[in-house]
Design a protein around this ligand. Sequence first.
Ligand code: ZN
Length: 154
Amino acid sequence: MEQVLEGTDILTCEERPRIWRYSYAAGPLRSKFLLHLRDDKKIMGTICPACGRVYVPARSTCLKCFESMEEWVQVSDEGLLETFTVVYASSPVYPEDRPFAFGIIRLDGADTGLVHRLGEIDFEKIRIGMRLKAVFEDKRRGDIRDIKHFRPVS
Ligand SMILES: [Zn+2]
């Protein structure tokens, strides 16, 4: 893994929910994933050399066969909604306007789902299996929120 990550900057992730604030080292794997989001607007994953599963976000070990994964592959910024939740209740943890929605999106080329916000969407029309596309922030900072949300493909 070190060879693949050679030269990768290590990022610090900032979490700022309303009731606490903290930061942590993202580590080399997550940093590389986030740097591709920030610098190239590319969504990258790692591929297992034994079974061929593609993990997004990237992982260092295959959950199916426990092989180490060192090869990176780009996946699409579009995919299928596997499941979702719409939040109507108030919570101090999420300072978002309500309602808002999260989903698990399996991007084309990936075998795993990415949890992210859904936006530009009618909450009453969200359906499992609908096609979604990533919308990137104009000003990106090396954070999973560099993907603003996933919107329906029209
Ligand atoms: Zn595997």
